[in-house]
Design a protein around this ligand. Structure first.
Ligand code: NAG
Ligand code: NAG
Ligand code: NAG
Ligand code: NAG
Ligand code: NAG
Length: 323
């Protein structure tokens, strides 16, 4: 065979290979191709418990999303950013002490018993946690950075005597900072950072606690305040296929039960599991800048299914065996 023949044969083989690659890289109908992965869109699935999400992805011929390296973590973050419209609620409140109830988030706070938000302001971030939509009746008042950003307090009612205080300067005039407040089992906790339950700076247990069904926010008379909430906190949290239900405190990717190697946990995983022993399923949330957290498997969360190219190629008419 001379060189010309060799070249022609090489070109033909390359073309066949290209064709094969094209077929292999085609995703099953309804899935979106992204960096060599075949994924369902974040808005295609219904919110489901972790076991149901796992089953739904298996019914599609795939698996719930696993993330086993840093590059894939980055790709998935970008995929969600590209295909999921994260809407935020941005509120700027004038320097007036008057509660503004956050009605869109009622369902979330009743189920989850916490709120997270970003705050910017020189002093006085006021939050009211109320049984009824009335800040003057059965309401906890939490104040961050009062007294010119030197003191935070929890009160049992509007402007009542503090039940607990912390001396610190948590607020910034120029920069949004993340905070959370939780009230599970009648214990009001407040802290900073993106993980609920970590970096707690204030805590008080009410022996005669009341439910929290509504919450409101306010400034004080001396400074305007800016607040930022996720509009849709449920849809913004995604199940991953990791769980420690198989072996205690040993995280594995289901259903294969491969041990989790690469990780992207929020700090304080062990403490958060100690606080809430029912958290055995892995999620990542836009709340937490896509860091992973352990969550209650029966909560309804968003999720993304993944079908590997290999599996999809077997479904293509001549995907395998060529080249
Ligand atoms: C959350 O997702 C569900 C479907 O998964 C959708 O019906 C609902 O409108 C979404 N919520 C918002 C606020 O977009
Ligand atoms: C889901 O997102 C995709 C991509 O942004 C968009 O084309 C599609 O219309 C969305 N579907 C729904 C039901 O919102
Ligand atoms: C995202 O949602 C906001 C408000 O819901 C809308 O104004 C905006 O056009 C949306 N952006 C995209 C890319 O869909
Ligand atoms: C709120 O509660 C206070 C104290 O119980 C009561 O006097 C007031 O009428 C209530 N306001 C509304 C709008 O129900
Ligand atoms: C709240 O109480 C329930 C039932 O007593 C318990 O299972 C759970 O661990 C408690 N949660 C916290 C955060 O203390």
């Amino acid at each position: 065979m001379n060189d010309v023949h060799k070249t022609i044969i090489f070109v033909i083989f390359s073309l066949i290979n290209l064709l094969a690659l094209y077929v292999v890289a085609t995703c099953p109908r309804g899935l979106t191709q992204y960096h060599g992965l075949c994924l369902t869109l974040p808005n295609q699935t219904m919110l489901m418990s972790w076991p149901n999400a796992l089953g739904t992805c298996q019914d599609l011929g795939g698996t719930l999303l696993t993330i086993d390296n840093a590059q894939k973590q980055k790709d998935i973050e970008q995929f969600i950013a590209d295909h999921y419209n994260v809407s935020r609620i941005d509120l700027h409140l004038p320097p007036v002490y008057e509660y503004h109830f956050m009605d869109g988030l009622d369902k979330f706070i009743r189920n989850e018993k916490y709120i997270q938000f970003d705050f910017k302001g020189c002093n006085d971030a006021y939050v009211i946690l109320s049984e009824h939509r009335n800040s003057s009746f059965r309401s906890y008042e939490v104040l961050f950075g009062g007294w010119k950003n030197t003191l935070s307090v929890i009160r049992k009612c509007r402007q009542c005597a503090p039940m607990t205080t912390t001396s610190h300067s948590p607020l910034s005039c120029t920069e949004f900072k993340p905070f959370w407040i939780s009230w599970e089992n009648g214990t009001i906790r407040a802290g900073e950072g993106r993980e609920v339950g970590a970096s707690t700076f204030m805590e008080w247990s009410d022996s005669t606690s009341h439910p929290v069904n509504f919450f409101g926010i306010s400034s004080w008379r001396t400074a305007q305040t800016s607040w930022r909430f996720l509009k849709d906190p449920y849809n913004s949290t995604f199940w991953l296929a990791g769980s420690d239900l198989g072996h205690h405190a040993q995280w594995e990717w289901f259903p294969k039960e491969d041990f989790v190697g690469f990780t992207n946990w929020l700090p304080g995983l062990e403490e958060s599991q100690k606080r809430s022993p029912s958290r055995h399923c892995m999620q990542m949330s836009l709340h937490n800048d896509f860091k992973w957290a352990a969550d209650n498997c029966m909560q309804n969360r968003n999720f993304i299914c993944e079908i590997s190219k290999h599996e999809s190629s077997t479904k293509a008419p001549f995907g395998r065996g060529v080249g």
